[in-house]
Design a protein around this ligand. Sequence first.
Ligand code: NAI
Ligand code: MG
Length: 826
Amino acid sequence: MSGTAEPSVKEIFETMEYGPAPESAEVAQAWLQRHDRLFGHFVDGRFVDPVDGERFATVHPGDGAELAQVAQGGEADVDAAVRAAERALPAWQGLTPHQRARHLYALARHVQKHARLLAVLEALDNGKTIRETRDIDVPLVARHFYHHAGWAQLRDSAFAGYEPVGVCGQVIPWNFPLLMLAWKVAPALAAGNTVVLKPAEFTPLTALAFAEIAAEAGLPAGVLNVVTGDGRTGAALVAHEGLAKVAFTGSTEVGRLIRQATAGRGVKLSLELGGKSPFIVFDDADLDSAVEGVVDAIWFNQGEVCCAGSWLLVQESVATRMEEKLRARMETLREGPSLDKAMDIGAIIAPVQLDKITRLVEQCRAEGGRCYQPSWASEAGGVAAGGGLYFPPTLFSDVAPSSTAAQEEIFGPVIVSMTFRTPAEAVELANNTRYGLAASVWTENVNLALDVAPKLEAGVVWVNCTNVLDAASGFGGYRESGFGREGGREGMFEYLKPAWEAGLEPYAAGELWSGPEGAALGEGVPGLDASGADAPGTDAAGTDGAIDRTAKLYVGGKQVRPDGNYSYPVLGADGNHLGEAPLGNRKDVRNAVEAARKGAAWSKATAHNRAQVLYYLAENLDVRAAEFVTRLRAMTGARKADAEREVAASVQRFFLYAAHADKYDGAVHATPLRNVTLAMPEPWGVMAVVAPDEAPLLAFVSLVAPALATGNRVVAVPSARWPLAATDLYQVIDTSDLPAGALNIVTGDREELAGVLARHADVAAMWYVGSADGSASVERESADNLKATWVNSGKRRDWFDPEQGEGAEYLRRATRVKNIWVPYGE
Ligand code: NAI
Ligand code: MG
């Protein structure tokens, strides 16, 4: 530095003027130099040249300077990496949990050893500030590997009955390149899987450095492979048939594409997508703390944060004061070179992102939002003199809830604000978004905070804090913010599968009924005449002299006629005509979902209350056991003893989930800060279940009971071939105090009804047990609202086997975990 132009320390001390405090880039530049600023992919423990030789530049967004040339991965590169991961799998899985734990521990140690290189390299490649990479990103990365060294050690005891999935393909974004790597890689390896990771095209360098460090730390070749490139490389990776699991963090649009690309392949999927996370300030909040909270919420990492508190909701009576304080604080923020240790805000990742922010801000202005930027902003906006990409901190007020500014994820240092009057209004506003990643609640009243937190449809709720992350706590979204969790126990399940799944065989040909379309869809058997009288039924197999009736649908606590007024014949195993079942259609499904939506009382009922109702269901089914035995025998041709066994098992299953209803509860995580971090399993809300044909009573109960026990309202499609065991349950349900809308039953063509449910925007989660094709289309068609799905991929379960027909996996899949952070102390 020349010295003459710069003020002396004494002058700075007297004027308290800002003086630059640059961190040296040398450690990172030396590392780049050592690689001749030219990188291949990291495959099988070493750097390899890209097969077709194509490369592109990665730059420092602070000045546009090229840092290195990296490889653009093609299909052949991806294939080589997946094959390397496949080859490494047996030896890696052959290690003891302790040996794998030692490897994860070594990764944590080596991250710490190379902390400076990683922090500087990250700041250069991304443009974020060194203060954040050094104090937040890199320590959290090390923490993540330490925490997962623990899970590796404990895997077989903490996750008994589960096993690793296999080769994992992981695609990550540019906003937290190394941290997202840690979130993906640590649980995958801890569970006993191998990995192919694709970092974002703007920020590939720390992933390459990490791969090299992992090799230095003794991680066996092929366990972690890194293929660089843009979205085409990501698409090639997620399309590779060698993968057992895909994990993605990034935009909701690409998340949808990946949902579609992985449909029907038996691939486990987790998606961490975008957000528009509310930051709610109640009138009794400590406003100064709340202002610092906003700084952390939206000006941390330039606002390029999926869980950024980008949507400020302030109680009317304190809104003016809050805005004044916020404006004053914005004046003191500093934006500039990422290696300057005193900077609060660094550069935006790339011109395309700066354009997007600029365009959305223009739109907010045009829509009438009042825009505030600090007085120094004019110097900062757009492409600064040095070629850096900067956007000033920006606050919009008087924004309408439906405006672009309030609905779109801007992914930049821009916060929009609006006011509310009552807590109820705050909740309603906060939930008025298609996303649901995070929320932040500010109040000194713990009653209010803990009343509001469960009502917010978001995967993470921070009380009087924001953007707090730790490896011991799960992180992930509701709704279009994706599904699956990263971190903690919940996150480990994303990389494990129940051991029983491995032994399942596909259905035999003809075992699953192809549906009534041949029998009834074309011709239509009018089941109900205009007068509403039941069509004449034939005697049910002549047993007990039961007079058969045409069944109805069960919607909103009532038996209702199907919209189309069509029914289809239900035939017994011997070909006898046993009766008629309604042929439900799209409209019937919509009515059922609407009834379930309105049945919210069931989700709010106490767990004790839900247990009671499930016990009643069990008891009332038991009372009518003989009728159900007769019905099952007539339909399936089962021997008496087997039918009795099925009814008894169904009674037991209701009992089992009654037992679980008030015991499947949450946890308090041991996060390192002064926090109580509550992990609460919550119901999805409206869930759909589609049952197979075999064991028509037991399979139905096995799918419906766990969903109900955990507080979901259910739309269920019973066995298409033998639906009468489910329709016979109506009387059982009616005498069991199950509130209207909690369970709705639509009979008909399995695949047609499943399709309508998979596409329905108000269904949050769906289980499908049926054919392989049906499983594929449920996964594909669920992409629209990104509902969480659980399908059987055409494999047959033994419903009588407690391992396959009940238990932990059912309960886990019936819920999603919300993590609520409550700090304490001063
Ligand atoms: P993106 O979703 O396109 O990129 C994320 C990752 O996915 C990158 O590694 C990219 O190469 C890869 N990718 C892109 N297309 C793919 C495909 N078809 N198949 C597989 N992988 C693919 O996000 P992008 O373009 O970087 O940013 C666009 C917007 O997305 C941002 O403005 C922001 O709003 C949002 N975003 C959200 C993030 C979050 O954490 N929620 C992270 C990054 C971006
Ligand atoms: Mg870069």
